[in-house]
Design a binder for this molecule. Structure first.
Ligand code: ZN
Length: 310
């Protein structure tokens, strides 16, 4: 067939899908190629810039989180998250629960999880950021600075959180197999990942869709091919829903405005720090929430459990 091999199903029938650039953090001016696998339908970057992590994740990529956490929007989100985790953990048996956040940074999501259910006594962050460990430990979390695929633990986890992780890794299958291995009996994993089968993904497909987050999103799913991969990894979907993908609308549109010279952005002033960003984000969050009951938005949310009573 000739196309590059699919990182999910290894089929070689991939076709060119789109070209995308880093117009968000401006880490490199080059264009990156995305392909769509003809067999399983995932969209993936090729070649994967696996040896360029320090370049494509600049220091200000991580520092952005801290300002978001102190914003009023975050406090609302935190309350919703706490309610969500409280409800989710009610189904999980045990008097003492262990929670793991993959890519959890300093552990703010685990703070929320701990407040959601008093049975959560053990919390672990697995993350690649060498600067997050100290604060995570101050917050009472175990911190393991490693790739999740290489993470080993004798512990089994009642809750595994993977929010916007599987699209960042070279081998999503290895990640989901690791989740299956680490889940305690009755445990659940929650996954959030972009959806290529969405209105904004179609509109901006050839105009640097924000969901490519180029060159940092390497493998992108839709609901069907994510569900299929989860099943192959011994995980079944207990529930799923679409959630608002405001940042993808916002970045897609801001890239276009910048290309026309209407707004300024650069490596020193990346798109997410621009004042217009929060304004547009709020508008598009409202837009997506309004159409969510009948439309597929560009973020998907899955609750996974071990298949067949594992
Ligand atoms: Zn494939």
């Amino acid at each position: 067939m000739g196309g590059p091999a699919c990182p999910v199903c290894s089929s070689d029938g991939a076709v060119a899908y789109a070209e995308a650039r880093d117009e968000e953090y401006f880490t490199t001016p080059e264009a990156f190629d995305y392909y769509r696998c003809s067999a399983c339908g995932v969209v993936f970057i090729h070649p994967m810039p696996t040896d360029r992590l320090a370049e494509i994740y600049p220091p200000n990529y991580y520092s952005f989180d801290a300002s978001v956490i102190r914003s009023p929007t975050f406090r609302i989100k935190d309350r919703l998250d706490r309610r969500f985790f409280a409800k989710l953990l009610r189904s999980v048996p045990g008097t003492e629960l262990a929670a793991l956040d993959v890519g959890g940074g300093v552990g703010w999501m685990l703070d929320t999880v701990r407040r959601a259910d008093a049975r959560v006594t053990s919390t672990t962050v697995v993350d690649l950021d060498p600067d997050a460990g100290e604060e995570a430990e101050e917050r009472g979390h175990e911190y393991r600075c490693t790739r999740f695929e290489d993470f080993h633990s004798h512990r089994r986890y009642d809750l595994v959180v993977l929010f916007n992780i599987v699209e960042h890794v070279a081998d999503p299958r290895a990640v989901l197999e690791k989740v299956r291995e680490l889940l305690a009996p009755g445990g659940v994993a929650v996954v959030k990942t972009p959806n290529t089968d969405s209105l904004d993904a179609r509109i901006f497909r050839h105009r640097n869709w924000g969901g490519y987050h180029a060159p940092r999103h390497w493998v992108l799913f839709d609901a069907d091919n994510f569900r299929a991969l989860a099943a192959q990894c011994g995980l079944s979907v207990r529930s799923s829903r679409y959630t608002q993908g405001a940042p993808f609308w916002t970045t897609s549109i801001m890239y276009a405005l910048r290309r026309r010279g209407w707004i300024d952005a650069s490596a020193n002033r990346p798109i997410p720090t621009h004042p217009l960003y929060q304004v547009l984000n709020a508008k598009f969050a409202a837009f997506d929430m309004a159409r969510r009951p009948f439309a597929r938005t560009s973020q998907m949310f899955f609750v996974l459990e071990s298949a067949a009573g594992g």
